[in-house]
Design a protein around this ligand. Structure first.
Ligand SMILES: Nc1ncnc2c1ncn2[C@@H]1O[C@H](COP(=O)(O)OP(=O)(O)OP(=O)(O)O)[C@@H](O)[C@H]1O
Length: 260
């Protein structure tokens, strides 16, 4: 049996009920460090709820969530963040009236436990500035250093969100539909950006766009009716009869029809 600590993230018989309705119904998942995982499934299957359970927004009704072998279920989102798991929307909420550089500095400081009200002191903080500069280059916004976030294009704002998400150096990153609302060419560029900035990290995305799923994921977790019914490589998931029957067959058929 593999030792638990070899997994970056593990879900064990995770359950969540809202009122009398069980939405997550015994989900199991074991993600190795460095894997990029896309969570897919029909509308209402429980994908966002799973993200909420992992990131601490909801406490599970029962079951366990482990980050590098350590139980994190029931902990507060900020505690989970400090333990090395960062979710895009937790900290995002870009500050529209701050520049790209200032937004990234806030991301770095937030991860260190400061509050953005210390903003006026930031210019003295060389290490913070250096990290923000490095992030700005990583996300390709160094030429927009002093541009206010509100003036960025949509795709640039999403890139800034990713920069803020990775600012604290978390090694497990959760992204909700990172390319939603982008054009095809923006999406292709953005997949590359995500791949680059998550090298060596563990990535989980909730994703509806099959192009993104197959372009980004090393493994796919298929969630149907609150359970992970398959967790495997994209090719194996495509070929899995249970997945085809439950969900993916119709999506692949649509995809193939669109290609011909
Ligand atoms: N806070 C809540 N209270 C009550 N029911 C909820 C709550 N959050 C989610 N649900 C219900 O849980 C079910 C799963 O929702 P969830 O958003 O996790 O699905 P999803 O797979 O992310 O769907 P989609 O692909 O449409 O975003 C839905 O029936 C939803 O109404």
């Amino acid at each position: 049996m593999t030792h638990t600590s070899t997994y970056a993230l593990e879900l064990r018989d995770l359950r969540k009920s809202f009122g009398k309705t069980e939405i997550i119904r015994g989900a199991d998942l074991a993600v190795q460090a460095g894997e990029r995982v896309a969570i897919i499934g029909p509308n209402g299957a429980g994908k966002s709820t799973l993200f909420n359970l992992i990131s601490g927004r909801f406490a599970p009704t029962s079951g366990e969530v482990l980050l590098h072998g350590q139980r994190i279920d029931g902990r507060q989102p900020y505690e989970i963040n400090r333990l090395g798991l960062s979710r895009s929307f937790q900290i995002t909420n870009i500050f529209p009236k701050l520049s790209v550089f200032e937004n990234l500095r806030c991301g770095v400081l937030w991860s260190m436990g400061y509050r953005y009200t210390f903003l006026r002191f930031l210019s003295r903080m060389d290490a913070v500035n250096e990290r923000a500069k490095q992030l700005m280059e990583q996300i390709g916004l160094h030429k927009k250093r002093d541009e206010l976030a509100v003036n960025l294009t949509y795709a640039e704002q999403r890139a800034l969100e990713i920069g803020i998400t990775i600012a604290g150096g978390a090694d497990v990153i959760l992204l909700d539909e990172p390319t939603a609302g982008m054009s095809n060419s923006e999406t292709a560029r953005f997949i590359n950006l995500i791949r680059e900035v998550t090298v060596g990290k563990t990535l989980l995305t909730v994703e509806h766009d099959m192009g993104v799923v197959f372009g980004l994921a090393d493994k796919i977790a298929v969630v149907v009716y609150g359970e992970v019914i398959a967790f495997d490589t994209p090719d194996a998931v495509r070929a899995n009869p249970r997945v085809q029957e439950a969900y993916l067959g119709s999506v692949i058929a649509e995809e193939q029809a669109a290609l011909h």
